[in-house]
Design a protein around this ligand. Structure first.
Ligand code: ABU
Length: 369
């Protein structure tokens, strides 16, 4: 029987993928793990709550449909999340939020490592139940193929004690001091990680320590994955004030080549692993849109520009306006597929974020022998 779930890296030929949906999306709630802000608004302007306007949902869905059409034209099987009412509040004995967020970014929640699907703990209250729209699919894969393994990481309490609420108002000096010891809005007491802080390089899994993944989260991943012969490497990007999700910072494109973020260099010590194994780290060009010109409700940085999705080691999908990036990828030998995706940005990501690859060809390779 053909494997249902198999994906060891970010670049092998894509066979099956989940593309997110903006249906029923809401504004992300303000909570201890997240203080969203309206771009260029006067200080103190409240961030909206509840459902997003239907036209914003339709615009994002139209671009997601464009991604689906492109992937299908390349022979990729595309799956979609189940409907989920994100306007429902989340209430546990420990906390409550008035609404959830959206199902645009499966990458943040779900990861495939070989034949194993892992549901991340998540780091924010509004995203506590974000695995639910993928459960039907997970059951389908799990029922169809006895080789599929399915792991749900321990759910954190998300109590007030799990967060440093003051983080959002830290003065610059404190922020500098704390960011260099990698202390952000989540504390180190519980296991916390978002799946999008991981990047897969065959036997080696790189994990960014961030606002959404702490050292306990990385420790859990080590103890879970290393007995299977994998190696988990924490990565640090000491110039990033608000790190969250590795895929706008350090993006592998094929064996031996990583697209890097010039504003967020990898720490010196950690760069060695790549350089001594003959990996080339290539800086992404300046994005075409400045941080100030990003969509009003978008909480991500201009570096969504480098959030590309690989269809194979030679084919990459990139956002249509990022011409300097297209040119660079072209020179590096890639066929680039530009598509519009700006209307998706306010839902937390671009092309890599809005997907979760379930199956790629290829086996577990050792790229760091
Ligand atoms: N969810 C990815 C956002 C990362 C960034 O803003 O750089």
């Amino acid at each position: 029987m053909a494997a249902q779930v198999n994906s060891w890296n970010e670049w092998d030929r894509l066979e099956e993928i989940v593309v997110g949906s903006a249906d029923d999306a809401c504004y992300e709630p303000t909570e201890p793990g997240n203080h969203p802000h309206i771009r260029n608004a006067a200080p103190g302007t409240a961030f909206p709550t509840g459902r997003k306007p239907q036209e914003a949902i339709d615009a994002a869905n139209a671009e997601l449909a464009g991604l689906v059409a492109l992937l299908e034209s390349q022979g990729v099987r595309v799956r979609r999340p189940e409907p989920h009412d994100y306007s429902k509040p989340v209430r546990t004995p420990e906390f409550s939020v008035d609404n959830q967020y959206c199902g645009v970014c499966p990458r943040d929640v779900m990861i495939t490592i070989g034949s194993e699907i892992i549901e991340a703990t998540m780091s924010r209250r509004g995203r506590f139940f974000e695995y639910e729209p993928y459960r039907k699919l997970v059951y389908e894969y799990w029922n169809a193929d006895p080789a599929v393994r399915w792991t749900t990481a321990p759910k954190p309490s998300m109590t007030d004690e799990m967060y440093r609420e003051g983080f959002w108002d830290w003065p610059l000096e404190k922020r500098h001091a704390e960011m260099h010891s990698f202390e952000f809005c989540i504390t180190q007491d519980e296991v916390i990680f978002d799946a999008a802080d991981m990047s897969r390089f065959g036997r080696d899994i790189m994990v960014q320590e961030s606002m959404t993944t702490n050292r306990q989260g990385i420790q859990w991943l080590k103890r879970h994955l290393e007995p299977q012969g994998l190696r988990v490497h924490p990565l640090h990007f000491p110039l990033d004030y608000f790190p969250s999700h590795i895929d706008c910072t350090f993006v592998p494109l094929r064996p031996g080549l990583v697209l890097t973020n010039p504003d967020r260099p990898l720490s010196d010590g950690e760069e060695k692993l790549f350089l001594t194994n003959d990996w080339e780290l290539v800086e992404a060009p300046e994005p075409t849109t400045g941080n100030d010109e990003m969509p009003t409700y978008c909480q991500s940085s201009k570096w969504l520009s480098m959030n590309v999705l690989s269809i194979s080691p030679t084919k990459v999908i990139a956002e249509e306006r990022e011409k300097p990036l297209h040119d660079m990828l072209d020179k590096l030998g890639f066929e680039v597929f530009p598509i519009p995706f700006r209307n998706v940005f306010e839902y937390g990501g671009s092309l890599h974020c809005a997907t979760w690859d379930v199956r790629r060809t290829g086996d577990r390779e050792d790229y760091f022998p």
